[in-house]
Design a protein around this ligand. Structure first.
Ligand SMILES: N[C@@H](CCC(=O)N[C@@H](CS)C(=O)NCC(=O)O)C(=O)O
Length: 203
């Protein structure tokens, strides 16, 4: 099957990390897609134009990192990233949503600053920078949660990919004042799956 990505997409990175963590390299071909380009041939494969997108061998296409991760995780019949049962599951969902919230805002910010200068909105940039500041403060406390300290899970992967956007947006400087978050990220970023998918700097 084929996993369509762009090297800088944090959502595609989440899917790539799950693919690597599950040892699926021989079953999944990584294909670089041309996104955000008029008439890109990629639109014939995935009309939404977004990545990640998984084209299964039976021709069924899956969009959205959460759906793709779940599919890849279940391929071998031994899922590693399913939600725990009961209250622990709600805690996991809550933390996953908080990580996605940071990632979604950072993506809007990152997209804005890569537009031509005369098209950039200082209002949007300021709004997202403030959202990121508040959420990084919140994560400095939430990072103590046992779910964030236990075996690798999707909330951890999502948060690590969000924080990794510092490579793409030099104005996203979250490390100062957040020592616990920095220390938490270090061993995760050193995992082979994270090192192999580190995003290129964009400017
Ligand atoms: N909720 C989606 C978000 C995917 C997404 O926004 N991807 C961006 C790249 S980071 C994209 O493909 N943008 C291309 C476009 O907007 O045309 C997911 O989790 O996969």
């Amino acid at each position: 099957m084929k996993l369509y990505i762009t090297p800088g997409s944090p959502y595609a990175r989440i899917a790539r990390i799950v693919m690597l963590e599950k040892g699926l390299e021989s079953r999944v071909e990584i294909v670089a897609a041309q996104t955000r380009t008029a008439n890109s041939p990629y639109y014939a494969i995935n009309p939404s134009g977004r990545v990640p997108f998984l084209m299964r061998d039976d021709g069924v296409g899956l969009e959205d990192s959460a759906v793709i991760c779940r599919y890849l995780d279940h391929l071998d019949g031994e899922p590693r990233f399913d939600l725990p049962a009961g209250e622990a599951g709600w805690r996991a969902l809550r933390l996953g949503a908080l990580a996605t919230s940071l990632l979604d805002g950072l993506s809007v910010w990152g997209r804005e600053v890569t537009r031509p200068r005369n098209e950039q909105s200082p209002t949007v940039i300021g709004h997202e920078a403030e959202r990121a500041r508040r959420l990084v403060d919140l994560w400095e406390a939430e990072i103590e949660h046992p779910f964030m300290r236990g075996p690798l899970n999707l909330a951890q992967i999502t948060l690590a990919c969000a924080l990794g956007l510092e490579a793409r947006n030099p104005d996203f400087r979250w490390r100062s004042g957040h020592p616990k978050l920095g220390a938490w990220l270090e061993p995760i970023a050193a995992r082979a799956s994270f090192a192999a998918t580190a995003p290129p700097a964009s400017r």
